[in-house]
Design a protein. Structure first.
Length: 278
């Protein structure tokens, strides 16, 4: 961390060059085992904020599904939906939905190709009304509905807009036909286990980082990004200071500057201390 010396009232004072510290959620800032932010991470985040650094969440989740545990901590902003809804405090910096007509075409093609999925919007989550054959989707249904989401409007309705869709496939599905149908304006991120995150082409966690740096006039080397999975790839490709958690996807390795410990083993605090951000 660069320290700058300023003279005020005849006295030298140490100040710190502002950086943007940007975190994925699940498995990065939030433990997937405890569903909490570890105490060591909270202490490190508070120390970084005290130095004047800006803290952002950068997630594939849409705004409505940000966990309550995160909102208890005063992050400076949320970069949601793989770069399609960006906020700084109460200011919305950028938003982009899938066109309503195109969104319905994608969902209809999903059904035609024997896939199922969950559409994710800024305001709500849209789940199939019927019970599906995908246990992982049904697990997600229970999670979202227990948090008050996916209750007002089902996927089969045509009176909503959304930002992205998470799809589930098996041996009965025609994935290639679906991918061909969406390739002009959407792209698929493989999340493992025959699940895919379908996001708007040209937007991602990397473009979200770029918006933040430009807004605050920061150089690229002032961004520090933390992640663990393949939907963090675009921000790892974008940034110079890239921190992978101890249990990260190996596909991040070519773009990783520093590997820290798992979040449950004080990995956030370790990395913030390593870079002198505290």
């Amino acid at each position: 961390m660069i320290q700058l010396m300023q003279k005020m009232n005849g006295k030298s004072e140490v100040t710190y060059e502002k950086s943007g510290i940007i975190f994925d959620i699940d498995g990065t800032i939030l433990s997937e085992k405890t569903k909490e932010i570890p105490k060591s991470a909270i202490e490190a985040l508070l120390a970084a904020q005290k130095k004047g650094h800006l803290l952002f969440i950068n997630t594939g989740r849409t705004m409505c599904s940000i966990p309550a545990q995160l909102k208890q901590f005063m992050f400076d902003g949320y970069l949601c939906g793989c770069g399609t809804y960006l906020t700084y405090h109460d200011e919305v910096l950028f938003t982009r939905n899938i066109d309503k007509k195109r969104g319905r075409e994608i969902l209809n093609k999903m059904a035609e190709c024997n896939l199922d999925g969950i559409a994710e919007g800024t305001e709500d989550i849209y789940i199939p009304e019927r019970i599906t054959r995908f246990e992982r989707l049904e697990t997600s249904r229970r999670y979202f509905q227990s948090n008050g989401l996916g209750l007002e409007c089902y996927l089969e309705k045509d009176d909503f807009i959304y930002d992205k869709v998470f799809i589930y496939a098996d041996e009965k599905s025609n994935l290639q036909e679906f991918f061909t149908f969406i390739e002009e304006d959407m792209e698929a991120i493989d999340r493992g286990g025959n699940t895919y995150e379908i996001v708007q082409k040209g937007y991602g966690k990397g473009t979200a980082c770029d918006v933040i740096l430009k807004k605050f006039g920061m150089e690229l080397d002032r961004a520090y990004v933390f992640g663990d999975s393949m939907n963090d790839l675009s921000m790892f490709q974008y940034a110079k200071h890239t921190i992978a958690m101890g249990n990260h996807a190996k596909g991040l390795d070519p773009f990783t500057e520093y590997v820290t410990a798992e979040v449950e083993k004080d990995g956030i605090a370790q990395a913030i201390r390593h870079y002198g951000l505290d």
